[in-house]
Design a binder for this molecule. Structure first.
Ligand code: CA
Length: 392
């Protein structure tokens, strides 16, 4: 009897849903037989709370001999057990998933670290190569001055072209006619036929052009890079006898557009007249900013001014753009130039893009070179001179 009871309990645990609320009608089939029948009828189990349909006969279904309250308790216990197992499985699954994600992320981080290190190494190699190229370029132009004297770069070119097939650009020593002065200049021998003496170059903003009068008179900077040759040296070159010099202004915008302005009779008065500039006729694509649009903007024949020497034509002050200006040099970043009521040209401004002081003109200015009515932002400029007649 005990064996029979144990077997029944086991079957009940397995097949609890089928046994819900079956009623005991006293049929006397053996319980083993009942279990077998239940197994057979598994797929046709009655719905909880309902007796089997009256028409279902011959399938061995009989009412349950276990009281309902015990059945419910067994069901509840089974449910709790299954729920517990499910929760446990979910926790285990969650832990596994988190660990997996952590592993994947750590793996990705390691890969990123490796890539980042490689990028850093590459960047430092590029920087090293770049500075190497820059250094070799500088060395190429900074070699000892060619010991070939001439009166100016045009004269040197004319002398050398008969003896060497190609004359290199670089630093040469010149000795202008009727002076006791020899000095170094940068000669451009490749540009537009060569023979150009560079008198000003602004390219990277690394040289300070906020200078007093004496610096603009004597010159400053690095001849192979940014520099101002000096008013006195310019004067010596362009005032030689039987010569006439062309001034060529080569401009490059920050979008790498190029343009130029050319003047066919560039010369200066002497220092007692503050090196007044004379230009001759204009030709070019950048417009005649030296003369501007109106007479009061005309810098032709204007004397030179610097931060400490004021010949700017604003006496005591000029007024434009609702501003009162006493010193054009101060208005133009304390640079030197042939200002005339400031005007529309100052090639000694900064190549930097942004005008950092509102109302100030700190950048390289050539106002007549415009696109859609707006002046180009100029990132580099070179002023160079060349003889256009050697004797007449
Ligand atoms: Ca003034």
């Amino acid at each position: 009897m005990r064996t029979t009871t144990t077997t029944t309990t086991t079957v009940l645990l397995l097949l609890l849903p089928q046994l819900l609320c079956s009623t005991d009608t006293g049929r006397s089939n053996s319980r083993h037989q009942q279990s077998e029948n239940i197994h057979k009828d598994f797929s046709e189990a009655p719905v909880k709370g309902h007796t089997p349909a009256a028409g279902v006969k011959g399938q061995g279904w009989d009412t349950c001999s276990i009281p309902c309250d015990i059945t419910v308790k067994l069901l509840r216990d089974e449910k709790h057990s299954v729920c517990g197992q499910l929760q446990q499985s979910l926790l285990t699954f969650g832990r596994s998933t988190r660990k997996l994600m952590r592993d994947v992320m750590e793996e990705q981080q390691r890969a990123l670290d490796v890539l980042s290190t490689q990028v850093t190494e590459l960047m430092s190699k590029v920087q090293m190569l770049s500075s190497e190229v820059q250094r070799s370029n500088t060395e190429m132009f900074s070699v000892k001055p060619v010991q070939s004297h001439g009166r100016d770069c045009s004269d040197i070119k004319d002398t050398l072209m008969s003896v060497v097939p190609k004359i290199p650009s670089g630093i040469y020593i010149v000795h202008p006619e009727n002076t006791d002065s020899s000095f170094e200049v940068f000669c451009e021998m490749d540009y537009m036929g060569g023979g150009w003496t560079v008198v000003q170059r602004r390219t990277d903003g690394l040289t300070d052009f906020k200078r007093p009068w004496t610096d603009y008179v004597d010159g400053f900077g690095n001849l192979a890079g940014e520099h101002w040759l000096g008013l006195k040296k310019m004067f010596y070159i362009v005032n030689q006898k039987d010569t006439r010099f062309q001034l060529h202004v080569a401009l490059t915008s920050n979008t790498d557009v190029t343009s130029y302005a050319s003047y066919d009779d560039f010369h200066l008065d002497n220092e007692t007249q503050f090196f007044c500039v004379h230009l001759g006729r204009y030709a070019g694509s950048a417009g005649d900013a030296f003369r501007g649009y109106e007479q009061e903007q005309n810098q032709d024949t204007a004397p030179f001014s610097a931060s400490d020497v004021d010949n700017d034509g604003c006496n005591p002050s000029c007024s434009f753009e609702s501003r009162t200006v006493e010193s054009c040099s101060a208005q133009h970043n304390h640079t030197g130039w042939w200002f005339n009521q400031c005007g529309l040209a100052n090639l000694n401004g900064s190549p930097e893009d942004a005008d950092q002081s509102p109302g100030q003109r700190t950048h390289i200015l050539w106002d007549t070179w415009r696109q859609n009515g707006v002046p180009h932002t100029i990132k580099s400029v070179t002023m160079k001179i060349r003889r256009i007649t050697t004797n007449n």
